[in-house]
Write a protein that binds this ligand. Structure first.
Ligand SMILES: [Zn+2]
Ligand SMILES: [Zn+2]
Length: 269
């Protein structure tokens, strides 16, 4: 009998998604900040918990780990360089981990936190999202935006985001928060003449109005609409220069543009 894989965003707290991937018998969960949300979903579908993937140390991503240990029948993979609820199996960029028959490449994506990692499955069975690759990126890349720089530099975060932007266009992006609409308000402020962005914002508003997640996104869409992936584009460069004319040189680098946009977004309401 073939097992069909299903990907489900479990809502938690105000705007987190805990991503659950299951084959009808076993499941893995990414960043279980809330144990109850995971336990309820596992029980409702009679799934055993075969593994946990952790992207970074923030409480809304690891807070449920200890309470899930008694039902866990597999590994907990976690970033090599962050404080974690022990014991865990430490992984870093270049490693691969296998769960539910999927191979995930571990990517180092510092910036939001110093040791943040992401998990990328290049080869996915056809019944799961047409076989499109899967990315669990925690709080690094959001649809239309990116994570705040709590521990990293703009240059680090820019490089991390560029490495994610270089993944195949059809990659499904499983972000850890439903921040899309507020991100798109900022994106339209800084990139108002982008027709792909306007069309995507309309679609996302309809999804949220119907109480559906805007996620998972797609890398190809993010390349077109996400200002933080588009810092080399003239339109974004000009927006950054208009916003911070005294701080930026006449020919700002993409990292300069990224740093300006990130700071601008921090104060944007
Ligand atoms: Zn975080
Ligand atoms: Zn978070």
């Amino acid at each position: 009998m073939t097992l069909t894989l299903t990907l489900t965003p479990l809502p938690a707290f105000d705007d987190n998604y805990l991503w659950l991937l299951d084959n009808g018998r076993e499941a893995l969960v990414v960043d279980p900040g809330d144990a109850l949300a995971v336990a309820t979903a596992l029980d409702a579908r009679r799934l055993t918990l075969a593994g946990i993937l952790l992207t970074h140390h923030h409480a809304d991503h690891v807070g449920g780990v200890d309470a899930l240990r008694n039902r866990l029948q597999g590994p907990i993979y976690a970033p090599a360089h962050e404080k974690m609820p022990e014991p865990v199996t430490r992984v870093r960029g270049g490693d691969t981990v296998e769960l539910l028959g999927l191979r995930f490449a571990v990517l180092d994506v510092p910036g939001h936190t110093a040791g943040h990692i992401a998990y990328f499955a290049a080869s996915v069975p056809a019944e799961l999202s047409n076989g499109d690759p899967l990315l669990f990126c925690g709080d690094t890349l959001f649809s239309g935006g990116c994570g705040r720089l709590f521990e990293g530099t703009p240059a680090q975060m820019h490089a991390s985001l560029q490495s994610l932007a270089a993944l195949p266009a059809q990659t499904r992006v499983c972000c850890a928060h439903e921040y899309t609409l507020s991100n798109l308000r900022f994106a339209r402020e800084v990139d108002p003449a982008n027709p792909a962005l306007a069309a995507y914002a309309d679609w996302c508003e309809a999804e949220r109005a119907a109480s559906r997640p805007t996620l998972p996104g797609r890398i190809g869409t993010e390349r077109q609409i996400n200002p933080f992936l588009r810092c080399a584009e003239p339109a974004l460069r000009e927006a950054a220069r208009r916003h911070a004319p005294l701080k930026l040189p006449a020919a700002p680098s993409p990292v300069d543009v990224f740093a300006t946009l990130r700071e601008w977004k921090n104060g944007f309401r």
